[in-house]
Write a protein that binds this ligand. Sequence first.
Ligand code: FAD
Length: 220
Amino acid sequence: MKTPVMKVPNKELIPSRAAKRAHFDAASIYPILDEAFYCTVSYVFENRPFSIPTAFVRYEDRIYIHGSVGSHFIREIEKGIPVCISITLMDALVIAKSAFSHNVNYRSVVIFAQAIKIESEEDKTAAFEWLTNKTVPDSWDYLRPVTKSEIRKTTVLAFELDQASAKIRTGMPNDEAEDKELPIWSGIIPLETRRLTALPDESSIHMELPAHLMDKTIDR
Ligand SMILES: Cc1cc2nc3c(=O)[nH]c(=O)nc-3n(C[C@H](O)[C@H](O)[C@H](O)COP(=O)(O)OP(=O)(O)OC[C@H]3O[C@@H](n4cnc5c(N)ncnc54)[C@H](O)[C@@H]3O)c2cc1C
């Protein structure tokens, strides 16, 4: 497996601010990708920037997105134009003693890449399986199998992860030295994304909840 380990990362991947929070290795980048439900794909079309949120899955050293063959967004980026993809997880609100020292704890990734169109039915189906099982673990085999028509009507695009950076902030506020003794509360308010109890629609009211849909709180 190739990994986006860049001992000397390209200049455009290095943040000018708080560069010590930047990481370029798979061990930092992949867990963020695997926890996030969506990414935002940015590209330029006719001199206008677009930024489109969409579901994705990482498999080995690529991420995969999909969309209708009629989607303007998909049809534009499948040409292989340069795109920038960002992913953000918010872990805490950082409450400092002054407004300007407030912050957030986060894990984010920025990827520069160009789409690779996945052509074969088999490879497209695999990407759907990875995405489905990422979103709802163990659900692919439970569901009605996908049809050839569904696959034909959907474009699947892959992006290599060899031009990616992560930025991670953890810990408590960094108050100014002269503020540290002020009688103002400071600390963090943790945030989390949790799955709550599943609610059946009308067709499922009398069914038992399948085991794979029970309590899937994301643990970190
Ligand atoms: C939830 C959240 C809130 C934030 N709030 C603020 C804010 O209020 N003000 C502020 O200035 N900054 C904020 N940031 C940080 C912001 O994302 C940039 O990292 C920061 O502005 C530094 O920009 P720069 O000019 O150093 O980087 P740039 O020079 O613009 O970026 C250079 C390269 O560094 C890498 N990079 C930069 N930022 C990130 C990142 N976040 N994740 C992964 N790779 C990155 C990319 O590869 C990028 O191409 C926030 C980040 C998050 C996730």
